[in-house]
Write a protein that binds this ligand. Structure first.
Ligand code: GLU
Length: 469
């Protein structure tokens, strides 16, 4: 049997961590078995389906590298096929027209509830025949078996059994002529030869209904695996419309796909005590048996930790290319020594965005000096250090790190000022604030022209302040 899985999101909101986990597990399972992965957009709920959500799904999956072998299929383009199956089911007597008005159904529901019964369709139209029915005000229902049990073996939860008596005669076509979710899923999984349905636990109750329809069509039943919930850091269920973060926001905020996938795979799946998984390892080790039945909780600290890990362990060239892309998006120039600059900063930062923020003064002019630092270091007295440094740098013909350190040391000796203090004055002048990696390295990686400009800018600043005072 060739494994074939699918990811079948409804485009009614942004792609979030929960949906990505479903996609990732389905994708990995197919990759592990050298099978196929299908992308299907379940957009029959026309009022709630949005193009913006479709774009979020396609771009999010592409960004993460969760490539699909077939699709994207759109249910809205398969309406003819659903109609064909419904007509056959009507002919065979596996489905029937129901003309019960919503008013009558509501009254029945209230009566059932008052009696303490579970509300369900009473089967009024089940054995009636409306062969030449022209009025539009009807729905089509599936003739669910009245008795017996329906069981399936969930790969994560084991045997799950429902009584047919509890299941309604499900509406498979609404009065507006549109087929319903449970019906379309069944026909699609069947037509697309899906062998394993991996999806959220909110679909467990749909599964017996879907299996009954599959059985009525004489189809093979796929294997099911229902994933437990993911809760946010406050213990609340993640919901598309309330607290879910669009997966593309993680891109904007400087996360790496490698880190995000590694983080997401561990939301419910484990392998020994291992935390770090390359994509290759994920494909090799992933299985349904090691998925947990309990819900998982979002842990942003862990995601940041993983992101920092990957920023520092993936090739510098790759990280620099991603940073360049982010800088281009922000219209930032990234010409000078980007790879060396990234190398200097990457072990200090958790996200690509944080790296760019930390080194932006390499590529953009800063407008403010740290005010406390100014009071302590950019003083009139210290101005002469900057002036001396300027002269020496201006004369420097070989732009080498060692030469720059030499200038700083000789200034320290000649002026009887500690190297640390000189470094701090230079740091504030060149970067605008008090924290940075080694200032001589920064000077070396910036070009001479820019260093002279920054030193002059600090001198002007000091002189300006002192004339004001
Ligand atoms: N379209 C459904 C959803 O977004 C998924 C259906 C399925 O996986 O069977 O929740």
């Amino acid at each position: 049997m060739k494994v074939k899985t699918r990811f079948a999101p409804s485009p009614t909101g942004n792609l979030h961590i929960g949906s990505i986990r479903t996609a990732l597990y389905s994708w990995l399972f197919s990759r592990h078995y050298n099978g196929k992965f299908v992308l299907r957009i379940e957009d029959t709920d026309i009022q709630r389906s949005e193009t913006i959500s479709i774009n979020s799904i396609l771009n999010g999956l592409k960004w993460l590298g969760l490539n699909w072998d077939e699709g994207p299929y759109f249910q809205s383009k398969r309406l003819g096929r659903y109609k064909e199956v419904i007509n056959n089911m009507l002919k065979k007597g596996d489905a029937y027209i129901c003309v019960c008005s919503s008013k009558i159904l509501e009254e029945t529901r209230i009566k059932q509830m008052m009696k303490g019964d579970k509300p369900r369709y009473p089967g009024t139209c089940r054995n009636l025949s409306f062969k030449n029915f022209h009025n539009n005000d009807y729905v089509i229902r599936f003739k669910n078996p009245l008795f017996g049990k329906i069981s399936f073996k969930d790969e994560i939860r084991g045997e799950i059994t429902f009584n047919n008596e509890e299941l309604d005669d499900l509406i498979i076509q609404r009065s507006n002529g549109m087929p319903t979710y449970n019906f379309c899923v069944v026909i699609d999984d069947l037509d697309m030869n899906i062998t394993h349905v991996i999806r959220g636990e909110d679909h467990i109750n749909n599964t017996p209904r879907q299996i009954n329809i599959l059985k009525s069509l004489g189809a093979k039943i796929p294997i099911y695996a229902h994933l437990s919930m993911i809760l946010d850091e406050n213990g609340k269920k993640i919901s598309k419309r309330k607290n879910a973060v669009n997966i593309l926001d993680y891109y904007e905020n400087g996360f790496l796909p490698e880190a995000l996938l590694n983080y997401i795979i561990r939301l419910g799946w484990s392998y020994k005590n291992q935390e770090i998984f390359s994509i290759l390892e994920m494909k090799k080790l992933f299985n349904l048996k090691s998925i947990s039945k309990s819900s998982s909780i979002i842990n942003t600290k862990k995601l940041l930790w993983l992101n920092k890990y990957y920023i520092n362990h993936l090739p510098l060239q790759y990280i620099s290319t991603l940073i360049k892309k982010h800088m281009n998006n922000q219209n930032m120039n990234s010409d000078t020594n980007l790879m060396s600059v990234v190398n200097l900063f990457r072990n200090r930062c958790y996200t690509l965005k944080e790296i760019i923020r930390s080194f932006y003064y390499f590529y953009e002019e800063f407008n403010f000096f740290d005010q406390i630092a100014v009071e302590n270091y950019l003083t009139l007295e210290n101005c002469r250090i900057l002036e001396e440094f300027y002269k020496k740098i201006e004369k420097l013909s070989i732009w080498e790190h060692i030469e720059i350190s030499r200038i700083i040391n000789s200034l320290s000796e000649a002026m009887q000022i500690k190297v640390n203090i000189i470094n701090m004055i230079l740091r504030i002048s060149i970067t605008g604030n008090v924290h940075s990696p080694s200032i001589s390295t920064i000077i070396y990686l910036m070009n001479k022209e820019k260093i002279l400009f920054r030193i002059q800018k600090a001198i002007n600043y000091i002189q300006n302040i002192s004339t004001k005072n």
